[in-house]
Design a binder for this molecule. Sequence first.
Ligand code: ADP
Ligand code: MG
Length: 701
Amino acid sequence: MRGTILDTPVEYLKGVGPSRAQMLKEELNVTYFADLLQVFPFRYIDRTIFHRICDINSDMNIVQVKAKILQIQLSGSGRGMRLSVIAGDETGTLELIWFQGIRWAKAKLKQGKEYIIYGKPAYFNGRYNIAHPELEEVTGEAGSTVLKMQPVYNSSEKMKAHGLDSKGIARTIQTLIQTVYYEIQETLPISLLQRFRLIDRRDAYLGIHFPQNEIHLHQATRRLKFEELFFIQLEFIRQKLHRQASSRGHHFPRVGESFNRFYNEVLPFPLTGAQKRVIREIRTDLSGGHQMNRLLQGDVGSGKTMVALFCMLIAIDNGFQACLLAPTEILANQHFQTLKKWADQIGVNIALLTGSIKQSARSPILRNLASGELQIIVGTHAILEDPVVFKQLGLVVIDEQHRFGVEQRAAMWRKSVPPPHILVMTATPIPRTMAMAFYGDLDYSVIDELPPGRKPVTTRHFTDSARLRVFSFMRQEIAKGRQVYVVFPLIYESESLDLKDIQDGFEAISREFPLPEYAVSIVHGQLKSDEKEYEMKRFVKGETQIMVATTVIEVGVDVPNASVMVIENAERFGLSQLHQLRGRVGRGADQSYCILMTKDKISTEARQRIDTMVRTTDGFEIAEADLQIRGPGDLKGTRQSGAIELHIADITTDGRVIEAARQSAIDILAIDPELLLPEHRALHDRLVELTSVQRNWSKIS
Ligand code: ADP
Ligand code: MG
């Protein structure tokens, strides 16, 4: 800890005391002065601009008026209770409505007094109204001369009850800034401040809470965003350099026999430029003597498996074993089938290890892994279990990273000393900014090119009322010899309810596509794995034309003859899942189709997702859209991979700041890796402080 006044518990700030301190702790997670400084306003009221009531129209998102309360009326009772208030200025009247917090609002309002009223107007019954407006009494002393931009802070009913409404918080923070202003130390070197024209840190905290004007606010925001992102990147890069300098990795200098034989004699198609580039990037890593930690992104169907195979062959050519981990048995199985076909042709020993492999088959596999006879093992997390011992594990490839957490990565590390090289592959395209913000410690490769000859999948949206048309389209495609997936979401908490959904769907489709002309497969999570496998195989072999499934088929399944993907209740799926599912078709040379079925009425967000899917097949565009629609918070995998909570920066919009911050961190550490130079003293201290104080920083690995 710093041992400065900023470490003082907030209770000791003038005007706070134990009970408000308790509130701040519970509601905002604020303990010390320094924490309170980081509670930023979510917007500002420009108190100099007011609308006249007669100027309000339906296109306005937000209005601010100065009006007198003319009438206060309570109506209804219990849950139906509402408070209706008429307010007026010299140009007209406006209704203010409360459905909640009625008691609190009523206590605050005084008839005949003038208020500043702020909120979103709506037109109803011949008059404009604002539901749950923000209100502030016009008192003589406050006003535009004091503060042009007034900060607005998030508050809760509980906080308000303790005098910590937005204004109360503002007052408290004002006291805080007055108390600590000269204790706020600069953390960034002057060179960065100059280069990016950043204002100093004191001024930034003042400006974010109490800006003098728009420009001041903008500068303050920019400075604080940069600082936040910069320290994250500094830590990422520092750790990466540290690992490169200290952690020895297996050294794979050779590209030998099996790599070359496969490349020259077996490879059934030319590699794409992107595949070649990525293989080169990985080769460089593997021959450098340091442990590799690389994230490989490539859209569905971009050929990641092939890249993985080449990397595994490099390990083998250097006398090591390799392992490919998949998130589901079906996928592990399919990888195994694909790889075995190729491995056999070049005399490489490969086996499959999953939870459902019987004990009798298991023992020889374990034995051969320990003796080193087995060169590639493909499997699920079953491989992570303790009895699995390798002779010389050199490389681990993890497919579909979001299903594996940091802990599983760590479990793989322990299988070998020094730890094996790790290649994490994901088809969930992560926008570059996101990758840098959250996986900044991993190296990063992208396959940004699909193999030639693929036709983009045509995507259409239908509502349930068009079901018959969809059936007849399916019939048409099947008549051409194609196959069809029909996918149901997992909706309910209870598996049996989900099961009912898909069972009903299966029956309806079986009625519509009866035997003997048609055959329909069904696969879902409740089936035993040999049943699942049996059904999958029938579909793969073309014995059934339709596969009714839950999202168990989401990842990796490869049936080039399937040309139609029907997604039921498509409004229930997230964008990345829809994209993954669509990637199951369009693998052959035929034109493929994705049909999104929804109810007639869907939410705005669902509508945006569906429209995005219909508009584009570009995975990165979809990932960006996903980020825009729902924000980064719940993007799969970020949590478990060491995601960092951001106070002020926003990775959906601050991509350029992230890049600048990252590059600056790289430049500084290149000159001064331990941050020992006098001009980096503040950086060093701040980093130590952040990594020791902030809980979530310790997760960066
Ligand atoms: P993903 O990146 O989604 O895992 P896969 O590795 O499953 O993609 O590859 C999708 C399909 O494309 C497979 O059938 C694979 O054999 C094929 N493929 C991979 N690379 C190429 C290439 N360079 N040219 C043509 N087809 C390729
Ligand atoms: Mg794959």
